[in-house]
Design a protein around this ligand. Sequence first.
Ligand code: AMP
Ligand code: GLY
Length: 416
Amino acid sequence: MKVLIIGGGGREHAIAWKLAQSPKAGKIWCAPGNGGISEVAECVPVKATDLTGVLEFCKKNNPDLVVVAPDDPLMLGMVDMLQENGFRAFGPKKNAALIEGSKAFAKELMQKYDIPTAGYEVFDDQGEAFAYIKKNGAPIVVKADGLALGKGVTVAMTEEEAENAVKAAMEDGVFGSAGKKVVIEEYLTGPEVSVLCFTDGETLRLMPSAQDHKRAFDGDKGPNTGGMGAFSPSVNYTKEIEAQCMERIFLPTIRAMKAENRPFQGVLYFGLMLTSSGPKVIEYNARFGDPETQAVLTRMKSDLLDAMNAVVDGTLKDADISFSDDASCCVVMASGGYPVKYETGFPIGGISDARKTGAVIFHAGTKLEDGVYKTSGGRVLGVTATGKTAREAAEKAYEAVGGIRFDRMHYRRDIG
Ligand code: AMP
Ligand code: GLY
């Protein structure tokens, strides 16, 4: 099968790496891809959000499957467009991707179908939002309704901070139209865990749990980032909690989407908080998470292409999907200054030696220039290793990290 992957980060490298291991995979393209992805796929210079460009490419090259990995093209309706033109596409249609694209939609869905989540209200009027903050007090959480590059959430420890977040979104427009509406919700506490599943709209098949590290610095300090590392499985997510989630969250969500005439096909990501009153949904994503994917797919034993085909064909119930009992750990190596201000273009050394440790080096922001990998983004590499235990996986990942060098590199030392 010829496969086109849309996207160009660490997540897409992990997807390409895993698909390339399938005996059924033939040619693999990635649009736009990155330096590392070019080792396993042909990178094509089409942007992930360029719907016309992707359609033109498909008409010319006839891929048998298009995997739409990032949120933006999903929300732009890339899967709808591809299917309308007769191409098989992996990922939810626009009306189902809304579960990530609008937090107000997701909250209303959970309320209607009694899926546990933080108490909330939705506002499109700043005065009313302020009054709600006054009434409920801090800590309180303010979320821009739409996609905001992972920056739309403020966990406010004071009322003033919450008001500033509302003002930034609604009056100053820092998130553009994504911030015209805000969700204000109850502050929850507890360990966080990410659970991804494949679903064809009827059946869901879980992947192992993972834990992301969002803050830039050790000890969960510093600004929020796209993710500085992940490990799998999460120690807090027991079989018992999984059973509760299945019954109260996972299956009800799939059924709710079907009942709303928005059947969800693709990967659905549950961002959960394990509170003292049970697991609650913090967010949904309509896609594989980054960097959770790097940690989870390195544990996948079965064929990813088979799983994706089963999702698209609606035959997930009978698909062979399995994961190893190993643990995994992905350490993100970033450009110094990320997520605020950073420089790129530095040569990266030591990758081939780092591989000798057995770690897999996924590229997030790199380009290949005259045979040399150079940094080209905030997150540069996702160094991922597996082991019998979490400790062994982390030690292996850090051994590989220790051999890699580029100017002003920055990584956390406490992943896993
Ligand atoms: P999100 O962008 O939705 O993943 O949110 C970013 C982070 O904000 C989450 O990973 C949580 O750590 C935190 N967060 C979101 N909602 C809440 C909440 N209701 N209570 C406490 N923390 C939250
Ligand atoms: N790691 C969180 C996300 O992909 O949104």
